[in-house]
Design a protein around this ligand. Sequence first.
Ligand SMILES: CC(C)(COP(=O)(O)OP(=O)(O)OC[C@H]1O[C@@H](n2cnc3c(N)ncnc32)[C@H](O)[C@@H]1OP(=O)(O)O)[C@@H](O)C(=O)NCCC(=O)NCCS
Length: 141
Amino acid sequence: MRIRIADDVQKSAVWRIHRARHGWIGDWNKDTKCWISSKNNQIVATLREQTYLIGDFEKNETWLFNLWVRKSFRGQKLGQKLIATYLQKQNPSRVFIDCKRSLRKYYEELGFCDEIKLTEKQRKQIGIHDEPNQIVLMREI
Ligand SMILES: CC(C)(COP(=O)(O)OP(=O)(O)OC[C@H]1O[C@@H](n2cnc3c(N)ncnc32)[C@H](O)[C@@H]1OP(=O)(O)O)[C@@H](O)C(=O)NCCC(=O)NCCS
């Protein structure tokens, strides 16, 4: 399955998928880049990339959100393949993911090994909530 950066039309479709799932979409702006996998013109997996300049880190940091695989396509680690392709093509030196604690092993397999504690100020800046089952993992090369 082909993995690529979404064009504007596909990006709107990604927005609708996640708006329907969560009822809200976080900090989605014009700089957000979406990576998708599709089959027969249907989006089957998504990943969203966003860059922030976070005060305390003092450099641009890449963040990943909205990893999702359509139900009928789960079980093939397609989400991991999407992230792996993103990492290979973009080669970010430091990348963060706001994710479910239950998926820690899933992300560790991709090199996201460090759990990061954010300050309230950083959370607000990124637009993520402090929830017990959510963690932030970092991959650094
Ligand atoms: C998370 C998600 C992207 C994984 O899809 P996938 O790439 O097809 O992954 P697979 O179903 O092949 O699962 C791979 C492994 O992760 C495990 N896994 C999958 N979802 C999991 C979950 N929610 N909690 C814990 N483990 C999970 C599987 O058991 C499997 O483990 P194994 O390798 O030991 O057998 C998909 O379940 C999804 O879209 N879920 C809804 C959105 C979501 O939760 N996104 C993640 C936000 S952090």
